[in-house]
Design a protein around this ligand. Structure first.
Ligand code: SAM
Length: 430
């Protein structure tokens, strides 16, 4: 292979072998990650500085606020690990395009990849910002699990399934740090191989109309379960299904008491083989007890959601059981809005700015408290009716007092707060 020269964002990389992975279609993934990380790092630094000031104040109660501010060391070092780096393109873009990053580690276990990264780092003049590492990603992360060595952000962008990297990753992110995870094994996650999905992600996937959002929720559930083992838990900032992969951005926090709330954020999924209806059953619950001094310290526990029968209540056919899935919100609406505004204000920064704006606008509109969605073609196809126009369907539900939105994961999607019975009523009236 003659030397290939690739320009993306502010990076220019050279590729001399086809053995090192490069996918131009992932430009969108890299653009989105840069937008998310730019805002996340601002917040991360502000949160850490506020915490340091509070600690200085606490250790000397008589100290004035301004003295506390000037007296504390306000430097917050930000180190990002790209654990699976291939050409180094992503790390180089992070170094050149994200303000306030002190260090990036670009790691790969392939010798050829590491040679390529080194050459590209020099070619882009970012030697002072990027360290290359030739190691197994898990081994490298385990070496950084001590709180003093953790990363502000870890990016996992593997071929296929990321689950083998999660145990080490959830331990090596700072409190309040960010984990960015891609999964490309969509066949497994979208229900073609539910048994494999269970062995890899600890959840059964289903072949449903809403399989792409279900894939996101299976991955989030998987990260949460890994984090919980170390008394840590996730806070999803943004989750997206696009092209042939899914990508999630989650903050990692520590707190055993918060891990008790995990079961209230998980649900089993009952999928009817007849009418395609999907019903969720929450795994359990955690009910803060307001009469206790610290309501969060309560022992009160809600039982699981109401049982869902073996047969569908709408068409009396059998259910398939899937999950557990993450059934709490998959985005932080305010964060998504800020990312959208950032892209709108700086379109020149991103080669895929238009697509980013479209996707982020869709994410922002999604009903945050309604997991999964219908698709109109499947809904009407099952009863052999011509598909109702989306506008008519949405108006009918809204007139009945329910909320509706699209999902970014499918063009014909319908998310609604309406119970399934109300949706079937509209279908019957068509
Ligand atoms: N992040 C890159 C980008 O944006 O262009 C693409 C990464 S590519 C999909 C996956 C890379 O992970 C490959 O270069 C492969 O050599 C590397 N890899 C796979 N397993 C690994 C492991 N256990 N430790 C370190 N690197 C690994």
């Amino acid at each position: 292979l003659s030397t290939k020269c690739i320009k993306e964002g502010q990076a220019e990389i050279r590729l001399t072998t086809e053995k090192v992975f490069y996918n131009p279609v992932q430009e969108f993934n890299r653009d989105l990650s840069i937008a998310v990380l730019s805002l996340f790092i601002q917040d991360y630094k502000a949160e850490k500085i506020a915490k340091m000031q509070k600690n200085v104040k606490k250790s000397n109660e008589n100290i004035a606020d301004d003295v506390a501010q000037s007296g504390s060391n306000l430097e917050v070092p930000v180190t990002i690990l790209e654990a699976l780096s291939a050409t180094g393109l992503r790390s180089i873009r992070y170094a050149k395009e994200i303000p306030d990053v002190n260090k990036i580690i670009a790691n790969d276990y392939s010798e050829q990849a590491v040679e390529t990264i080194k050459a590209n780092v020099v070619h882009n003049g970012v030697e002072s910002l990027i360290d290359t590492s030739h190691d197994d990603a898990c081994m490298l992360m385990y070496k950084h699990k001590h709180p003093s060595k953790r990363f502000a952000a870890i990016d996992l962008d593997p071929y296929g399934c990321p689950s083998t990297f999660l145990d080490s990753a959830v331990q090596s992110v700072q409190d309040g740090g960010l984990l960015l995870v891609t999964a490309t094994d969509m066949a497994v996650l979208a229900g073609n191989s539910p048994e494999t999905c269970y062995s890899k992600y600890g959840a059964i996937s289903l072949k449903t109309k809403c399989c792409h959002e279900m894939a996101l929720r299976i991955l989030l559930q998987c990260i949460e379960s890994h984090a919980n083992r170390y008394s840590r838990y996730i806070e999803p900032l943004l989750s997206i299904s696009v092209d042939f992969y899914i990508r999630v951005f989650v903050k990692i926090h520590s707190g055993a008491i918060h891990c008790k709330k995990t079961t209230s954020k998980l649900s089993m999924v009952y999928h009817c083989v007849g009418c395609d209806n999907v019903t969720l059953q929450r795994l359990g619950g955690f009910k803060p007890n307001p009469t206790e001094k610290n309501p969060e310290q309560t022992k009160a526990y809600l039982p699981a959601g109401p049982p869902v029968g073996e047969y569908c209540e709408h068409c009396h056919q059998r259910h398939h059981l899937g999950g557990p899935i993450w059934s709490a919100p998959i985005h932080d609406e305010r964060f998504v809005t800020r990312v959208l505004l950032h892209v709108e204000d700086n379109p020149q920064r991103f080669g895929t700015a238009k697509r980013l704006q479209g996707c982020l606008s869709m994410l922002r509109e999604e009903l945050p408290d309604v997991p999964l969605y219908y698709t109109l073609d499947r809904l009407f196809g099952r009863v052999h009716l011509e598909t109702m126009p989306m506008l008519v369907m949405r108006s009918a539900l809204m007139n009945a007092g329910y909320r509706v939105s699209f999902s970014h994961a499918s063009r014909l999607s319908l998310k609604t707060s309406a119970p399934a019975r109300a949706v079937w009523d509209v279908v019957r009236a068509w």
